[in-house]
Design a protein around this ligand. Structure first.
Ligand code: PBG
Length: 326
């Protein structure tokens, strides 16, 4: 039935009507707040390319997360900046590693905040790659044991969920086996399944000091023209025991997100990455974009494309704005 019987503008006439027919609703439950933790006390070091993002020490991180929690953010994902980087990524799985210390402190002070840990080696290796390097190559299988040890040490410290972001083949299986063997059969894995070799990670590498010292990550992260391959990655991760799969980055990959959501029944996460955040912040600082409006549009679009969960540095602001809209 066409015009004039049908007039789609009728349901757009006012905010009340528009709210009633809204198809996608972003809520604070969807948000996961990524944070960076470093050694020391009283540290709150700004990350230049990510206004509003800091490297925190454990004490200042607790205050930051208490504030986020009060605003309605219910989950965080932790990235660590170690004291020493070496070939074996020793601090990644050390009992007194910075992530392990942070997790213990957060679970003690803010027990109802869901704590996810990023499981990767690149912040901890001297060469900045996500795996063991030999003769200039990133080796897959020897990396798996280190990733499994890292995940297990995070869970021992109290992590509610672990999120491997390295893109080695077989890492979900290795982590699942290690957790099960230690009795942690109920701790879920959120796999960075379709993680692309993306230029949008630039600001994160400044924040985490994790840029590769030679070459790039293209032999393990996905090539950006590919989408069918993302479905194979997600399928394998699910077979290996992933509970949640992730697409990363989000904005340039909304088609991939939609395809993953349509193909699989599991919850899907999307990572609104550092470069996406930096672009919005830079334009907003120049007065070229309305930050609040643009952030809500972006996060809602990511949800509309199929994300159940969104990892975003905008989490605190978004939670505050969502509460104000209520
Ligand atoms: C670690 C990791 C990276 C990000 C999340 N985990 C960086 C990378 O792969 O180089 C990027 C997150 C962001 O850009 O916000 N492997």
């Amino acid at each position: 039935m066409g015009y004039p019987v049908t007039r789609l503008r009728r349901l757009r006439a006012n905010e009340r009507l528009r709210q009633m027919v809204r198809e996608t609703r972003l809520t604070a439950d969807d948000l996961i707040y990524p944070v960076f933790v470093t050694h020391g006390r009283g540290v709150r070091k700004a990350v230049e390319a990510m206004p509003g993002v800091y490297n925190f020490s454990v004490d200042t991180l607790l205050a930051e997360l208490a504030e986020a929690r009060a605003l309605g953010v219910k989950a965080t994902i932790i990235f660590g900046i170690p004291l020493v980087k070496d070939e074996a990524a020793t601090e990644a799985y050390a009992d007194e590693g910075i992530v392990q210390q942070a997790v213990r402190a957060i679970k003690k002070e803010l027990p109802d905040l869901l704590v996810i840990t990023d499981v990767c080696l690149c912040e901890y290796t001297s060469h900045g790659h996500c795996g063991v390097v030999k003769d200039g190559r990133v080796l897959n299988d020897p990396t798996l044991e280190l990733l499994a040890r890292t995940a297990l040490s995070h869970v021992r410290a109290g992590a509610d969920l672990v999120a491997p972001s390295d893109m080695m083949d077989g890492r979900v299986k290795a982590i699942r086996e290690a957790l099960d063997e230690a009795g942690y059969v109920e701790v879920p894995i959120m796999a960075y399944s379709a993680k692309y070799a993306s230029a949008f990670y630039g600001p994160f590498r400044e924040a985490a000091g994790s840029a590769p010292q030679f070459g790039d990550r293209k032999t393990y992260q996905m090539d950006f023209p590919n989408a069918r391959e993302a479905l194979r990655e997600a399928e394998l991760d699910l077979e290996e025991g992933a509970d949640i799969v992730m697409v990363k980055p989000a904005l340039a990959y909304l088609d991939v997100l939609r395809r993953v959501r349509d193909r699989f029944g599991c919850p899907v996460a999307a990572y609104n990455v550092s470069g996406e955040y930096a672009m919005v912040k830079a334009a907003a600082q120049k007065g070229w974009l309305d930050e609040r409006a643009v952030v809500m549009e972006i996060l809602t679009a990511i949800k509309r494309a199929g994300a159940d969960l969104i990892l975003t540095y905008h989490a605190k602001d978004a939670a505050r704005w969502l509460a104000e809209e209520m």
